[in-house]
Design a protein around this ligand. Structure first.
Ligand code: C2E
Ligand code: CA
Ligand code: CA
Length: 762
């Protein structure tokens, strides 16, 4: 029986030595700072085990005492190493450096005590025991053993104190690391005490030393803190802000960070719903899911709110074998929303919410490209005299009108039509030709008026370009639609005008003419014609200067063919400066010839007020040529007064003060004629028969004419009526007390020589 126990102990010890040997081997390959001390500890423990083996075979009591003493010294060494390792491992800081040294010294003293014991036997002796057929020697403690026990347990107690103190200061994840040491060390102490009071043949505490040694080796050198790494990685992944999902090689979800849990509504670590949701998210985009790496922008309705995610996927391969894969999902909702908002701002008109011109052009080009055989219309809208609406009713009302047009366009165009506000009062529609009902659309635009309940009809001009030449840019197509409008600008009804190439040709013609103007002035192609103005008896008082262009190729070009265009591009000022100077020169010539009875009326275009310093030009002219300003009459139109009334009034007043006569030309042609009379005091009012006879009701026109003449005279302004063609007209005008007359009835505009011939030399 006894020998079988010996055999089992020896095998157990051999096994422990084998395990410790492995630990030593592994520790020897570690760079760790504590590896050396751990190896010493393990060697010391192996030595303790070997000594215990030897003890099984000691022949006599004396040897037993010697070997046991060695064993106690060995255990002292183990304790000392355990102490050193614990101090290092826990980072324990001694309040007094000497205390550490004291403990070491005391342990050394204990060793000495044990060695002395070989001779004195005051600490322990050995007693022979019998176990079955074998004998062994057991330690029998003597009084001095108390000293040894005190030293040993105090040291062990201190070691445990350091460990548990450390545990108490750490978060739970770290506990395993220290508790393993604390527990194995504690077990070693308990087993040791048990052994002391038992009759066992061997000190079985070496088994617990071995366990503690291995625990120390593992915890200090091998333990990887997987939990801590896991927690830290989770934390880092959480900090990244993105949702992260890790999959194993089979594509099963094995980890989600906090964001992923929240977005995928994962509770209780049930990951089963993650992949189906992921697939649903990705189903919206057309990515190749077999790729090792891909990214996609996906949108998902989350609790009724559209969220946008950027999903990145990556497979991790090791030696071409799949280790796992991960999804990294960035919430791009804010960016996408900002982008969409910016895009909306960049592509839409702020006031009406329609597309802006640029975006409209892009879209229209896109449609044209993808529908090469469909016929399209570019339809442009322009409100006639929209500026007047703004001036008369205010910007708010103007904005409302623009919005009303926008809504009308939305309402009256095909569903797949696109439309935009190009600028100000200009709109544009791009629609399929067959889906556009000209009549319905024309009527719809008539329904738009300035104010609800107030009947102030708007004239909306509509120009249409039928898309024929697809090589043109959309903006060129829009230009053509507007050319159709411009060509008919004076029309006062909501008409639809179609572009055709003659319009463009006439535009080219106009451009060419504009380019030729300066040369024409230099080469005397511009001629001033004079049309006489007379009283009821036919006596001529003066003449209106009217320009003609004697073009070498085109022949005589009448002013209506170039004046409106020059008024738009500003060249009119050049024409007018020429006419004014010619007129003043003529006055000077007449003065020199002693026939200075006649005045000359010159026209001032509204555009001149923008491009010229009118006061300066006229005062300089009359001063330079030394001509009486009273001989120069200045014809302005009411449109001049439509903007910037205050400053325009001031100009008129200054001109009058200087001695010029200011005439209100074409009175009655505009909107605000009567209204204007209260603000402006011109010297003469000029009525044009052609405007007044526009109305069908002849009698009514006559009444109006009569009232205007009466009103004008009551304000102290003489009236001149132009466009007098018949005797009947003249008779009527005389009957209502009109003062002066101008018209074909008396004379057509004629070249200066002819005028001089007729009036000066007769
Ligand atoms: P306006 O200032 O109202 O000039 C009167 C126009 O009526 C002239 O046409 C004249 O020839 C025409 N007229 C005169 N009597 C009669 C008549 O009995 N019956 C008809 N049907 N017409 C008559 P014109 O010369 O063709 O000029 C047209 C317009 O061109 C002028 O209208 C004026 O606005 C502008 N214009 C002409 N010359 C100049 C100029 O030197 N400077 C500026 N800024 N504009 C000018
Ligand atoms: Ca005139
Ligand atoms: Ca006129």
């Amino acid at each position: 029986m006894g020998s079988s126990i010996v055999v089992s102990f020896v095998s157990l010890f051999a096994f422990l030595v084998f395990l410790l040997g492995i630990c030593i081997f592994r520790a020897s390959r570690k760079e760790h700072a504590m590896a050396k001390n751990v190896i010493y500890l393990l060697i010391a423990i192996i030595a303790a085990i070997v000594i215990q083996c030897i003890l099984l075979f000691v022949p006599n009591e004396k040897t037993a005492v010697i070997v046991n003493s060695l064993f106690f010294v060995n255990v002292d060494l183990i304790r000392l190493l355990a102490l050193i390792i614990t101090v290092e491992f826990t980072g324990y800081v001694f309040r007094h450096e000497k205390a550490y040294l004291m403990i070491k010294l005391v342990t050394a003293m204990d060793c000495l005590l044990m060695i002395v014991n070989i001779y004195t036997g005051q600490v322990f002796t050995c007693v022979k025991m019998q176990l079955g057929d074998i004998y062994y020697y057991k330690v029998d403690i003597e009084p001095f053993f108390t000293v040894h026990a005190l030293i040993a347990y105090a040291t062990i107690g201190f070691i445990l104190f350091m460990i548990y103190k450390k545990v108490a200061s750490l978060s739970i994840e770290y506990w395993t690391k220290y508790i393993a040491l604390g527990v194995t060390f504690s077990i070693a102490v308990i087993v040791n005490i048990v052994y002391l009071f038992s009759n066992y043949a061997v000190d079985i505490s070496v088994v617990s030393y071995a366990l503690a040694g291995m625990a120390a080796h593992y915890m200090i050198l091998e333990h990887r803190f997987l939990v801590i790494v896991d927690r830290l990685l989770s934390y880092v992944l959480f900090l990244s802000g993105d949702a992260i999902i890790l999959l194993d090689a089979d594509g099963n979800c094995i980890y989600l960070n906090q964001q992923a849990k929240t977005s995928f509504e994962v509770e209780n670590d049930d990951y089963s719903m993650v992949m189906p949701k992921m697939e649903k998210l990705l189903s919206m985009s057309d990515i190749d899911m077999d790729k090792n790496e891909y990214s996609a922008l996906c949108s998902l309705d989350v609790y009724g709110k559209l969220k946008h995610y950027e999903v990145l996927y990556k497979r991790m391969l090791r030696k071409e074998k799949l280790v796992g894969s991960y999804y990294r999902i960035k919430d791009r909702t804010i960016e996408v929303e900002v982008f969409n908002k910016d895009k909306y701002k960049a592509t839409h008109d702020k006031l009406t919410g329609l597309y802006n011109g640029d975006y409209f052009g892009e879209k229209a080009e896109e449609i044209l490209r993808s529908n090469p055989t469909t016929q399209y219309y570019i339809i442009c809208l322009d409100i006639k005299d929209f500026k007047l609406v703004n001036d008369a009713f205010g910007k708010k009302v103007g904005d409302r009108v623009l919005n009303a047009i926008a809504w009308k366009i939305r309402e009256k165009t095909a569903k797949d039509a696109i439309y935009c506000r190009l600028s100000g009062d200009k709109f544009c529609i791009f629609t399929e030709k067959k889906k556009f009902d000209e009549e319905e659309f024309g009527n719809a635009t008539k329904e738009i008026s300035v104010l609800d309940g107030v009947n102030y009809p708007l004239t909306i001009h509509i120009g249409i370009y039928k898309v024929e030449n697809r090589k043109l840019s959309v903006s060129a197509m829009i230009d053509r639609a507007f050319m159709a409008i411009d060509e008919n600008k004076e029309a006062y009804n909501n008409k639809i005008f179609y572009y055709d190439d003659t319009i463009r040709e006439s535009r080219y013609w106009e451009q060419r003419l504009s380019g030729e103007l300066e040369d024409a002035i230099r080469n005397n192609q511009l001629k001033v014609f004079l049309q006489s103005q007379c009283d009821a008896t036919g006596k001529v008082y003066g003449a209106e200067a009217l320009v003609r262009w004697l073009h070498p190729k085109e022949g005589m070009i009448p002013p209506y063919r170039f004046i409106p265009m020059f008024e738009q591009n500003g060249l009119i000022s050049k024409v007018d400066l020429f006419v004014w100077e010619t007129a003043v020169k003529l006055l000077r010539k007449w003065k020199d010839e002693g026939v200075d009875d006649y005045y000359i009326s010159v026209n001032i275009s509204p555009a001149d007020f923008y491009f010229l310093d009118i006061i300066k030009e006229f005062t300089e002219l009359v001063t330079r040529y030394d001509v009486d300003p009273g001989k120069l009459k200045l014809e302005i139109t009411e449109t001049v007064m439509m903007s910037d009334l205050e400053s325009r009034l001031l100009i008129v007043e200054k001109l009058q003060k200087f001695g010029f006569t200011v005439e209100m030309d074409d009175f009655g042609s505009g909107f605000s004629s009567l209204n204007m009379l209260k603000d402006i005091s011109v010297d003469i009012l000029k009525l044009d028969m052609k405007f007044l006879y526009k109305a069908k009701d002849d009698e009514k026109s006559k009444k109006i004419l009569k009232m205007i003449v009466l009103l004008s005279k009551s304000l102290g302004m003489p009236v001149i009526c132009e466009g007098v063609e018949t005797e009947e007209q003249l008779e009527f005008l005389k009957s209502i007390d009109c003062d002066f007359f101008q018209g074909y009835y008396f004379s057509k505009p004629v070249p200066v020589e002819e005028f001089e011939e007729q009036n000066l030399r007769s």
